[in-house]
Design a protein around this ligand. Structure first.
Ligand code: NAP
Ligand code: MG
Length: 488
């Protein structure tokens, strides 16, 4: 038998190290309105910092009412021409955007990590590739809308106000912009105040590919900027991803205005491990479910339900695995958990951890990574002896904190998982296919992962039930919020 061996004479070309990619950051950023970078009429700026070093990265413009007006006006002006363009012409722009994002992927990844604190291996291998995938995917739909809505004619909704959070800044921008533009709408996007840099760089890509002026506008600012934008009379559609609290506020503010709305809100998702599951694989799923992106994930599997008979084994393996996670410099490609996005968020997480202890749950903080003096850091942890009434089992923490609970029967697992005001995601781990279907269909969750967790794809719809919001992003379903349907 001949065994093929590797040709050792081959010279391997390695990709250049990440830190060899130079990323320049504009010190005083502008707003992107009508195809141009313009100074804010408000003449106001605020600082964005690197949460891992607490060093200021740049000044970000704070768009006021006049700036919001200008951006909405630009989108309104661009609408007739863009919406009349054929789908295949719109697709060309989206394909170009996708390709340019791929070409500038390293720069985007580094910037995302510097501004937001997430590990570079996540921004490089997850966020940015998915951003490009979203633009590619919806480029593909732009000239096939008739097949997305058979038997109906579709027309664009109009000017879309899109407001996004800080946990997946560029990815959330792509989830909003790509389907909206594919359907012939024009947009004004507002990123979160702590993570505006990649959205502004995306605006550079729009310029590079020659996207017509005013079709996509990026305005930075704080909560009030978002409020002015959502309330603006010329806005036809509000797409919001963020907290349930602000989501409810937006519902009240836009009630009776006729604006179309989609809300992607918070979560307290259940990860259910049955005794017949592949335990090592499930433990990896628990880790990626809650510790991915420091737990800054709306669909994080923050409530773990373990079948009672395997609790000891799961805790043992989880403890060991937790100890091996590396917390630290997000730009280091070996880092598993980077910096918490802001001081405020760190305080919130620490408050929940104290609350868990005070209410009687047992804290396991077995990861003892030495943390830098500067920066916002939180070692990953989990709680046992958690009661369903405990605050940590009910409220969204948005940090690397897991609540472990048990169950005895599938019915009990389903009842306990559904005992939440949220309904975003869930995980089911078992080697029985029939059990997967049986349990998954009874869970009140928009996304149910089976024997995996936190996997995303542009072709797959994402969204919640109950207080996790309504409407879907991704897949063919993600087109629906951006069209008006009529008979043929
Ligand atoms: P947030 O405070 O609700 O902010 C989200 C966005 O809304 C930000 O751009 C924010 O601007 C803006 N905003 C704040 N107040 C506003 C107002 N009154 N009117 C209009 N806009 C306003 O949420 P966050 O803290 O950034 O993000 C974390 C939350 O997002 C978590 O609850 C998480 O579960 C949720 N999330 C959900 C999904 C999903 O798909 N379901 C995905 C990701 C995140 P500023 O940043 O300037 O305050
Ligand atoms: Mg920042």
């Amino acid at each position: 038998m001949t065994i093929a061996t590797q040709d050792t004479s081959t010279e391997w070309d390695y990709s250049p190290a990440l830190d060899s990619t130079k990323v320049t950051i504009e010190q005083k950023n502008k707003l992107y309105i009508g195809g141009k970078f313009v100074s804010p009429r408000s003449r106001a700026w605020f600082a964005t910092t690197n949460p891992a070093t607490e060093k200021k990265l740049a000044d970000i413009a704070r768009a006021g009412k006049a700036d919001v007006n200008a951006a909405v006006f630009a989108a309104k002006t661009a609408l007739p021409k863009w919406s009349r363009l054929s789908g295949s012409e719109r697709a060309k722009y989206l394909y170009r955007i996708a390709r340019r994002i791929q070409e500038r992927a390293r720069e985007f990844a580094i910037l995302e990590t510097m501004d937001g604190g997430k590990p570079i291996k996540e921004s490089r291998d997850v966020d940015i590739p998915l951003v490009a995938q979203h633009f590619f995917y919806y480029a593909g739909w732009a000239d096939k809308l008739a097949y997305a809505f058979p038997g109906a004619s579709s027309s664009p909704v109009g000017v879309c106000a899109q407001i996004i959070p800080w946990n997946f800044p560029l990815l959330m921008a792509s989830w909003k912009l790509a389907p909206a533009l594919a359907c012939g709408n024009t947009c004004v996007l507002k990123p979160a105040e702590t993570t505006s840099l990649t959205a502004l760089r995306l605006a550079e890509v729009f310029q590079e590919v020659g996207l017509p002026d005013g079709v996509a506008n990026i305005i930075t600012g704080e909560g009030d900027t978002g409020r002015f934008l959502a309330e603006h009379k010329a806005v036809h559609k509000v797409a919001f991803t963020g907290s349930t609290e602000v989501g409810k506020l937006l519902m009240r503010q836009t009630a009776g205005t006729g604006k179309k709305r989609t809300l992607e809100l918070g979560g307290k998702s259940a990860n259910i491990i049955f005794a017949d599951a592949a335990i090592d694989q499930a433990v990896e799923g628990i880790i990626s479910g809650i510790y991915f992106n420091q737990g800054h994930v709306c669909c994080a599997g923050s409530r773990l339900f373990v079948e009672e008979s395997i609790l000891e084994e799961v805790i043992h393996k989880l403890t060991r695995r937790l100890g091996s996670l590396r917390v630290g410099d997000p730009l280091d490609k070996n880092t598993d958990l980077g910096a918490v996005n802001s001081k405020e968020q760190l305080k919130t997480i620490e408050r929940y951890i104290r609350c868990g202890v005070e209410e009687g749950a047992e804290l396991h903080q077995t990861n003892t990574s030495r943390l830098p003096k500067k920066g916002n850091w939180c070692n990953p942890c989990f709680f046992t002896d958690v009661q369903p009434s405990h605050t940590i089992a009910r409220e969204e923490i948005f940090g690397p904190v897991l609540s472990v609970m048990t169950f005895r029967t599938p019915e009990e697992a389903i009842a306990r998982a559904n005992n939440s005001p949220y309904g975003l995601a869930a995980g089911v781990w078992t080697n029985k296919g029939a059990k997967i279907f049986e349990v998954a269909k009874k869970l009140d969750a928009g996304i149910v992962w089976c024997n995996t967790y936190n996997k995303f794809d542009a072709a797959s719809p994402f969204g919640g039930f109950k207080e996790s919001g309504f409407g879907r992003e991704g897949g063919v379903h993600g087109l629906r919020p951006y069209v008006r349907l009529g008979g043929v």
